[in-house]
Design a binder for this molecule. Sequence first.
Ligand SMILES: [Zn+2]
Length: 58
Amino acid sequence: MSNNESCPFCRAKGAMLTPTGTPGTRAIYCISCGAQGPTERTTALAWASWNERKEADG
Ligand SMILES: [Zn+2]
């Protein structure tokens, strides 16, 4: 798990990025701008998808 990634949209990081959703459906959510990553089964997978999205968006 990582919590030091930054938001690709508003550059928020740290506590502004938090896992959301119910157990079994986790997604990384940016409190600052409301961006949300893909929904995954675990927080770790949600972070991985968030990172992939960030790279894909440049
Ligand atoms: Zn953001």
